[in-house]
Design a protein. Structure first.
Length: 486
């Protein structure tokens, strides 16, 4: 009996639902408007009004329809909004493929070819100029109007092909606008150049001949920028192409954020600033390697890396990174000098070994042509003098380099273990206490204690701007894999 009653109730509900849907279809509503699968709260109200075991009389319908309309309209608008977003994403994806195809078929701006008889370590390379992202292009009026008209994907694809020549012109205008703004920043410095760019000696021809002076200026290794943003801190020096890439994200302030994907914004050139302090350091370093008018393309080519020749930190770095290293060390030195009187009372000397005038017979940086990729394990030591305030730095490196550090930075000719330096208590995964990985430079002849396998530890380190009290905090350098230079 109960089963029959339940069946009868369900049949009445079904008949009522069918009748309601029929009437709604007649009023212009569609099936999707009545689908509340993704809207739980609206769905509960819909079920309460529709799924009733009562016949649908004209009187009931007259009272019911005004209650259904707000639910149906809200559901329709939500659906239409999602459909618009779906079409918008489809158009963006289509545009991205369209731009990628143009970029892929655009010949490189520069091609650098080396003479194999002169430079056996260099390989030919090409340079592709900056190119807008889809986020940049979507800001253009042409695409804003397409977006406002909410074109379907087929119509949008046809429109792209029809407007291709106009789009190509807009791409050129965009590049010229970005380059012009960046050149204007560089020209705020009144500086004349005998030669704006010097081609590599071992190239078959001058690859920069056809470029304008403005473009050559952008490609100089000492043409550097930084980005303003919501966060203060150490400004990172960027070259022309790096600055454009970093400028696509409001939160990209270092090289780790470059070319890493994720959410990207339209390029904001108003965030760009000429980095005068970094330029001064870059020029000193360029002079030290005998390439005052080099291009960043040459210095960043392939696996070429640089090491600091003035301190214990021989981590291989890119051109921009070695400039940043010198800037961080300068900042640390200036901070420490603010408390010079405290150092005098403690009898501690702290020399600025990164100053070009400190030792003119010693190079500033060394060029690493080749890399040794096996990891070398050595005893690691920490400087006891640097852990003290106001220096408050954690200098941890190999025995040989800690001896050099103590001699040059602190003028300790005969350092004593347990007084001036100690065995580091830092634990390195997989190694015994007091041992760690270390980069080696050309003068580092310490023996390999063992060959270890595993991933390289490539930790970031700060500029030492905060005081620390613990022996193992505030590290400027962490030891890791070995390297060799010629």
């Amino acid at each position: 009996m109960k089963h029959e009653q339940s069946l009868e109730r369900n049949n009445m509900k079904a008949a009522r639902r069918t009748d309601i849907e029929k009437r709604l279809f007649q009023q212009g509503w569609i099936k999707e408007d009545m689908d509340f699968t993704m809207r739980y709260e609206w769905g509960k109200q819909w079920v309460a009004l529709v799924e009733q075991p009562q016949p649908l009389t004209e009187r009931v319908w007259t009272n019911l329809y005004p209650k259904l309309c707000p639910l149906l309209e809200s559901n329709r608008q939500e659906r239409l909004k999602k459909e618009r977003i779906t079409r918008q994403e489809a158009r963006k994806s289509c545009l991205n493929w369209f731009l990628s195809d143009i970029k892929r078929n655009t010949p490189p701006l520069l091609e650098v070819k080396f003479r194999p008889d002169l430079d056996r370590y260099s390989s030919d390379y090409s340079f592709n100029d900056i190119f807008p992202d889809v986020e940049d292009v979507l800001e253009w009026h042409l695409f804003r109007s397409m977006d406002d008209n909410d074109l379907d994907i087929a119509t949008f694809r046809q429109r792209l092909q029809k407007k291709k020549d106009e789009i190509l012109d807009l791409l050129v205008q965009w590049k010229e606008m970005i380059r012009g703004r960046m050149v204007d920043l560089l020209r705020t410095e009144s500086r004349a150049y005998d030669q704006i760019l010097q081609p590599p000696d071992s190239t078959t021809s001058n690859p920069f001949t056809e470029l304008s002076d403005d473009f050559k200026l952008l490609l100089r290794a000492d043409s550097l920028f930084y980005l303003t943003g919501p966060y203060d801190g150490v400004k990172v020096p960027f070259t022309y192409r790096e600055a454009v890439e970093a400028g696509r994200s409001l939160y990209c302030h270092d090289r780790d954020g470059l070319w890493c994907g994720g959410i990207r914004d339209p390029l904001d050139v108003d965030r760009f600033r000429r980095y005068s302090k970094a330029q001064k350091i870059a020029r000193v370093l360029l002079q030290s390697i005998g390439q005052p008018n080099a291009s960043f393309l040459e210095l960043n080519h392939g696996q070429q890396r640089y090491i600091c020749a003035r301190c214990h930190d021989t981590k291989p770095r890119s051109w921009g990174e070695i400039i940043q290293h010198y800037m961080e060390q300068k900042q640390a030195y200036l901070r420490i000098q603010d408390s010079a009187s405290k150092l005098v009372k403690k009898g501690i000397t702290y020399n600025d070994v990164h100053d070009p005038e400190f030792d003119k017979d010693q190079p500033m940086i060394k060029v690493l042509e080749l890399r040794i990729t096996d990891e070398n394990v050595v005893p690691i030591r920490k400087c006891n003098l640097c852990t003290k305030k106001p220096i408050a730095l954690g200098i941890i490196t190999s025995e040989k380099k800690i001896q050099r550090h103590l001699a040059e930075v602190h003028e300790i000719d005969k350092p004593e273990l347990g007084v001036h330096y100690d065995v580091s208590g830092r634990l390195t995964f997989g190694l015994e206490p007091g041992f760690g990985y270390d980069f080696r430079d050309v003068d580092d002849n310490e023996p390999d204690w063992e060959i270890a396998s595993g991933d390289e530890s490539d930790d970031e380190f700060g500029d030492g701007s905060d005081d620390v009290s613990g022996d193992e905090e505030g590290w400027i350098v962490t030891t890791t894999r070995g390297a060799s230079s010629e």
